[in-house]
Design a binder for this molecule. Structure first.
Ligand code: HEM
Length: 407
């Protein structure tokens, strides 16, 4: 760290338009010192190759205890999990060897066969939602409430064996926990409520196992298995990761397409044939994860042109890396046939998204159904500007009012 490393102060307006911040910083290099609204001081990586390298650098730790120490050492306040570690004993909050073991135990159940087998059910859920929307086709509707939220949440609930009827409760806890307005006390209360809810659910699964993933994890018996705490924490991770993200792939992606009628027309010419490429490009262009989860340096390291001491907080801006012009030409433009290989919307390295195959499948089915059924869909108001949710992790809007048919 040198005196020349000026600190960029990040304000609340970042959430409305992270790309403007990222582009302003880009001329000054791939790595910057930043101070966030909650008093967190650290470094943000915005360059593609530096971000990709950082995501697989073992000197960047995800340990909640080390992160808390580093935040507090600089005068910030941190809620990175409760004292009993209930919601942080999972793979995304651990380093090897714990991470390796936890990921292996879940991957055994989260197989590509289990995911592929979900296709007919995802198509059925999608068709049901699309039919329900069609019956209200002459009024403006909120696409998030009617489609982008219920689709992935129904799927994750069925996959895990969580009652869909409880969705409003865990949606509220999850929103509080992954960021957004609220105090540390609010987050603690939401964490406690979520933990109690999952604890009761797991006890019920153990007493009466079903064919769902949580039952399979709860009754794993051969050899190494998840402890009670790890199972609870894993259930939390899968539930939150499974519904905070795909909602925003569908909503952000639809918004990007509706802002650009030419791309929309291109996709409309053959929705199913273009679906896979479209999902990858929409993930790159307007992916649901803005900055990856916080890391901390366990040794001094050089990233780009910066020397970062040990014990420093590091943020990896996936959304900025995915718009690095050195990697993706004209990055702010949606180009369905561009080479999106290596985009970082699902992260990279050991924490690469476990749910990526499921998210891709859901995205492809969702966009295909939406476009095939509602080729005339438009924003309800042409000048609509989304209200973006606060938080550095998730890039998602509060609602997306659309009209499904021509007026
Ligand atoms: C479009 C949807 C999704 C996106 C963009 C996304 C993105 C990500 C990203 C960026 C990471 C790595 C974070 C980091 O390194 O800091 C991650 C990890 C993870 N995601 Fe996803 N995700 C999506 C959907 C899902 C779904 C549907 C599930 C599961 C049901 C899921 C489960 C996970 C898990 C378990 C991890 C942790 C992996 C590990 O630590 O080894 N994700 N996701």
């Amino acid at each position: 760290m040198t005196a020349a490393d000026a600190i960029e102060v990040v304000g609340e307006d970042f959430f409305t338009d992270p790309h403007t911040y990222h582009e302003r910083w880009r001329a000054g290099g791939p790595v910057h010192r930043v101070l966030l609204p909650e008093g967190w001081a650290g470094w943000v990586i915005i360059g593609y190759s530096e971000a990709r390298a950082a995501l697989s650098d073992p000197r960047l730790s995800r340990s909640p205890a080390l992160i808390k120490d580093a935040v507090e050492a600089k005068g910030g306040t941190a809620y990175v999990g409760d004292a009993n570690n209930i919601l942080t004993a999972h793979m995304l909050a651990s380093d090897p060897p714990d991470h390796t073991r936890l990921r292996h135990l879940v991957s055994k159940e989260f197989t590509s066969r289990r995911i592929a087998a979900l296709r007919p059910r995802i198509e059925q859920i999608t068709a049901g939602l699309v039919d329900a929307m069609a019956s209200r086709a002459d009024e403006p509707i909120d696409l998030i409430e009617e489609f982008a939220f219920p689709l992935p949440v129904s799927v994750i609930c069925e996959l895990l064996g969580v009652p869909y009827a409880d969705r409003d409760r865990f949606r509220a806890w999850s929103h509080t926990l992954v960021g957004g307005p609220g105090t540390i006390e609010d987050r603690q209360a939401a964490g406690f409520a979520m933990a109690t809810f999952l604890q009761e659910l797991i006890a019920a699964k153990r007493a009466n196992p079903g064919s769902d993933l949580l039952s399979a994890l709860a009754v794993q018996s051969d050899g190494d298995r998840l402890t009670e705490l790890e199972l609870l924490s894993m259930a939390f991770l899968l539930l939150v990761a499974g519904h905070e993200t795909t909602v925003n792939l569908i909503a952000n992606g639809t918004y990007a397409l509706l802002r650009d009628r030419d791309r929309y027309a291109e996709l409309l010419s053959a929705p199913a044939a273009h679906a896979s490429a479209a999902v990858e490009e929409l993930l790159r262009h307007s992916g649901p994860v803005n900055w990856a989860l916080t890391r901390v340096t366990t040794a001094p390291l050089t990233i780009g042109d910066k020397e970062i001491p040990a014990g420093e907080i590091v943020f990896i801006a996936l959304s900025a890396a995915n718009r690095d012009p050195d990697r993706f030409a004209s990055p702010a433009i949606v180009e369905i046939d561009r080479d999106t290989g290596g985009h970082l919307a699902f992260g990279h390295g050991i924490h690469y998204c476990l749910g990526a195959p499921l998210a891709r499948l859901e995205g492809q089915i969702a966009f295909t159904a939406l476009l095939e059924r509602f080729p005339d869909i438009t924003l309800a108001e042409p000048a609509f500007e989304p209200q973006w949710r606060p938080g550095f992790l998730i890039h998602g809007m509060e609602n997306l009012p659309v009209r499904l048919t021509k007026r």
